[in-house]
Design a protein around this ligand. Structure first.
Ligand SMILES: Cc1cc2nc3c(=O)[nH]c(=O)nc-3n(C[C@H](O)[C@H](O)[C@H](O)COP(=O)(O)O)c2cc1C
Length: 382
């Protein structure tokens, strides 16, 4: 039975060509930060209270200006549709049915205009600011016209992280596979048959960009090559002026950067190290969280991603001041392994874990959790 993040990870490893499994799971350098993100949750100790009335409970949470069924969001994951045909549309449907928001990746295969269902309040699109501000503005306008209320600008990708699994696997040569890659692809016939139905893939945002090339891989490489490494405070100010909806800055780890985002009019920051996929050796996201929550002092909402695998991780992040957590790899593995039903099952289980943890902590809603619900490792409450 597929229930937990780890179940879906294992099932995805069986179903996907090695090249794609490694692309999802892999990270920069020695992958120390990627592992540390999850391990850091394991070191946090909950401090439950007994003898409390927890009969009337809800996992509902308020963030991004709306009330959702749980403090959870599906984060932006590029290339989802390469892991299973129609995975992005499936993710949108699952999020809507589960009552949580989703943020589509700039690298999505779906175009903002082609969603299977209209965006719900809180749903977002992730943006990279490009050197060409005219092209960036056009993307922003398309996202607004499609009805999204949230724009998440990713700021931890001035250059692409060096992910050695992808270099060794030759991910960039996917359109011209050599014998080893072909053998890997052909050894996964269920994946191959599924993808054949939607081949050749395209990148939604690249519609109308003939210079980006004809297929997804060229288009994604084109977009990645356009990301502006000089994007700074003036760029963020420009974006704030251009986008009238909720602006989220994703990829903040330093309290001073979070304060800057607040000063420049962002509505929320995502404390994130991109799942360890960019700079290896940086602080685990959840360890950076308390400093950022203190630094912004409620001026912007603080979300978190990186290493979130269980409902109890969400509860811990909530106790440290995160309004909600985003799911990266776990979302991709659930979709790759078991499609729409898989992701729905994963979210249902995580929500049940959140409910049980909140109750067992002696509270009735995630919003009631705070630092007083945590104990330092190895100590007992006084
Ligand atoms: C396969 C994959 C693709 C990703 N693509 C994007 C992307 O296009 N834009 C972005 O801002 N973050 C992207 N991310 C980063 C996630 O949004 C998120 O920050 C990270 O995965 C969180 O860590 P976790 O995987 O441990 O949950 C991607 C992550 C993965 C695993």
């Amino acid at each position: 039975m597929l229930l937990t993040a780890e179940d879906f990870r294992r099932a995805a490893r069986r179903r996907l060509p090695r090249l794609f499994f490694d692309y999802i799971e892999g990270a920069a350098g020695d992958e120390v930060t990627a592992a540390a993100n999850a391990a850091a949750f394991g070191r946090i100790r909950l401090q439950p209270r007994a003898l409390r009335d927890v009969a009337g409970r809800s996992t509902a949470a308020q963030f991004l200006g709306h009330r959702f069924a749980a403090p959870l969001m599906l984060g932006p994951v590029g290339s989802l549709g390469m892991f299973r045909a129609g995975a992005e549309a499936a993710a949108i449907r699952v999020a809507h049915r589960a009552g949580i928001p989703i943020c589509l990746s700039a690298f999505a295969m779906t175009a903002p205009e082609d969603l299977p269902e209209p965006p719900q309040p809180g749903d977002g699109w992730q943006l990279y600011v490009l050197r060409d501000r005219g092209r960036t503005a056009a993307m922003v306008d398309r996202v607004a016209s499609a009805g999204f209320s949230t724009l998440a600008v990713t700021v931890d990708t001035a250059v692409s992280g060096l992910r050695e699994r992808d270099i060794r696997n030759g991910l960039r040569r996917l359109s011209r596979p050599g014998p080893a890659m072909l053998a890997d692809l052909l050894a996964h016939p269920r994946w191959l048959a599924d993808l054949a139905a939607v081949w050749p893939p395209r990148m939604g945002l690249a519609r109308g960009w003939p210079e980006a090339g004809p297929g997804y891989l060229e288009q994604a490489a084109f977009l990645a090559g356009q990301i502006d490494p000089s994007f700074g405070p003036a760029g963020l100010e420009w974006l704030r002026g251009r986008w009238k909806g909720r602006l989220v800055v994703k990829g903040v780890l330093h309290p001073a950067d979070a304060r800057l985002c607040a000063d420049l009019g962002a509505d929320a920051v995502v404390v994130s190290n991109h799942g360890g996929r960019q700079l290896d050796g940086v602080t685990p996201a959840v360890e950076a969280l308390p400093g950022i929550v203190a630094a912004v002092a409620g001026r912007v909402e603080v979300l978190l991603d990186g290493g979130v695998r269980r409902g109890t991780d969400v509860v811990k992040a909530r106790a440290l001041g995160a309004a909600a957590c985003l799911l990266g790899r776990t979302q991709a593995f659930a979709l790759a392994a078991a499609g729409e039903a898989g992701l729905a099952a994963l979210l249902q289980h995580m929500q049940a874990e959140i409910d049980a943890a909140v109750a067992l902590m002696g509270e009735t809603k995630p919003g009631a959790l705070g630092p007083e619900h945590l104990a330092p490792a190895g100590t007992e409450a006084g």
